[in-house]
Ligand binder design. Structure first.
Ligand SMILES: N[C@@H](CCC(=O)N[C@@H](CS)C(=O)NCC(=O)O)C(=O)O
Length: 221
């Protein structure tokens, strides 16, 4: 097994996808946190996109993009968290891309700086959640039977939504209630629980309070 270092930012949901996969596959790794508001020069030198997650392997091979990193981690540690059937595998990859859209839409919802923008992002977010719900209602894993890379890719969305619903009264999961069993199952899974630092929620809320997000006003309601 090569030495693996994951370059992370404590609040990044895309990094969480890779931590979940590393933990699911029992791959030893080191984690290095950087400040995305003040990216270190060494990071900018080795990162083509300037984004985390970034994987540094043994010691000078670099991988970036969470979905690609996860496929690599999966391939070096069989058995695979992808289906074997080529069509099913392609479908799973496509839903991982939906997961990326969900993360980006959730992000835009949380940072929207006025009510109109927030309402617009909420409609887009609920639309995506309902598409997922139509695929998933009542299941506890994406493929119904076992944990796959789709679950790793979407679990960070459920973490975000759970905090938003509980702390900021956003009521998002009520809009797609068929996703509840899947969300609860993933949020109780050790790899998902351990994919964030212990003070993740406090860090997230304090960043929100310091931002110009419209949503920060929900904190007192
Ligand atoms: N498509 C990328 C998205 C990663 C991403 O957007 N990371 C954010 C943090 S959550 C980032 O590094 N942003 C820094 C920047 O854009 O400058 C992936 O899946 O890895």
């Amino acid at each position: 097994m090569p030495n693996i270092e994951l370059i992370s930012f404590k609040l990044c949901p895309f990094v969480q996808r890779s931590v979940i996969t590393l933990l699911e596959k029992n791959i030893p790794f080191d984690i290095t946190y950087i400040d995305l508001d003040d990216k270190p020069d060494w990071f900018l030198t080795i990162s083509p996109t300037g984004k985390v997650p970034l994987l540094r392997i043994d010691p000078n091979q670099i991988l970036f993009e969470s979905a690609v990193i996860n496929e690599y981690l999966d391939e070096i540690t069989p058995p695979s968290l992808h289906p074997i059937d080529p069509f099913e595998k392609a479908q799973h990859r496509a839903w991982i891309e939906v997961g990326s859209n969900l993360l980006m839409t959730s992000y835009r919802f949380t940072v929207a700086s006025d009510q109109e923008k927030q309402d617009h992002q909420r409609v887009l977010l609920i639309n995506l959640l309902r598409k997922l719900e139509a695929e998933l209602t009542g299941k506890v894993f994406f493929d119904g039977k076992r944990f796959t890379l789709v679950d790793a890719a979407i679990a960070p969305v459920f973490r975000w939504i759970e905090i938003l619903d509980r702390r900021l009264a956003t009521g998002l999961l009520n809009e797609a209630p068929g996703l509840s069993p899947w969300s609860s199952n993933l949020l109780n899974r050790p790899s998902v629980k351990n994919s964030v630092v212990s003070d993740f929620e406090a860090l997230y809320i304090s960043r929100l309070i310091d931002s110009d997000s419209q949503l920060r006003f929900n904190l007192n309601t």
